[in-house]
Design a protein around this ligand. Sequence first.
Ligand SMILES: [Zn+2]
Length: 345
Amino acid sequence: MRKLLLILVLIGILLVSGCVEQTNKLSSEKENKGVIKGEIQKDVQLSCPDSCDDEDRCTMDYCFEYTNFQCRHDDIIPCCGNNVCEEDIISCFDDCKDNGGDYNYISENNVVVIYNKKFSEEVAKDYLQDTLICIPYLKDKLKIDLPEPLKTRFMFILKLIDIEHPFSFATSTGITNLANMKSYENRLKKDDYFKEKIKEGVCLNLHEMTHVFVSMTPIPQWANEGLATYSELEFQENILEIECRERGWYGLDFYGEYKEHPYSNLSMPRKQYGEPGIHWYYTGYCFWGYIKEKYGEDTVIKIVQELKENENNYSADFFKDIVNKVLNEDITKITKERFGVPMKE
Ligand SMILES: [Zn+2]
């Protein structure tokens, strides 16, 4: 009996010491894991710091259990802003401006013109001057400012590209102009005209510039093209006039004739049913023309300002949250009948 008791006690001691040994092993393992960068940490941290942000946008900052609750900062490659030109001057101006490849650039104030080396600097200068004229001009006309990032840097990109129909478009960084060699040569022939207008302080790029000003607002495409056309027709002396009538617009059409055309259906993309794109634009213009006619020019600007108030709020409904709110009236019955928008109420 006494022998049995002794055996039980011995087993008990063995079990306990086994446990003790295991505990020691575990804690020493933890300590080894806790050794970071040759430093022995006495108290092992069991949670991540509140933030691992190193304020370097070219590193990915993270922390979790497998990093032993330590912050890690891994390089992001490629990254614009690391002083290494990994892409090109168009996608990363800061890193690539001194090594632009096919491109040169000129700049003044917040405007940078990046142009293909096959184009002359003279032409780039025209675009630079025109952009510098257009920004304050439209700021004054639309009574809104440029979207935030463009106040610091507005990029005008002149690309040479082998396309049949050259065109321009507004982007979140500025304006891109896609030209082919032929359109560039045609542009060169008209350089005297451009220079003359710039000297007079006339903004030649009202259309695209208008798009830029409202580029981060919840404006539908038809209203955007309509507004850009409104800028072209209303904000400068223009020989071209479009009269917005009840059933359609009257003016010089795509085919060179003065006549009345029924309004396009703005709920459909342009060039539907083989209709010239410009007719769709004129219909969009007449939406704004209707506002101007019925509520006054100031109300057009108030709607533009309300759009600006909703910058980055893409869930806002153009009619419900912007137009009707400003007018204090629901006009969707009329716009639906006349222009086909909104598609549904
Ligand atoms: Zn446009």
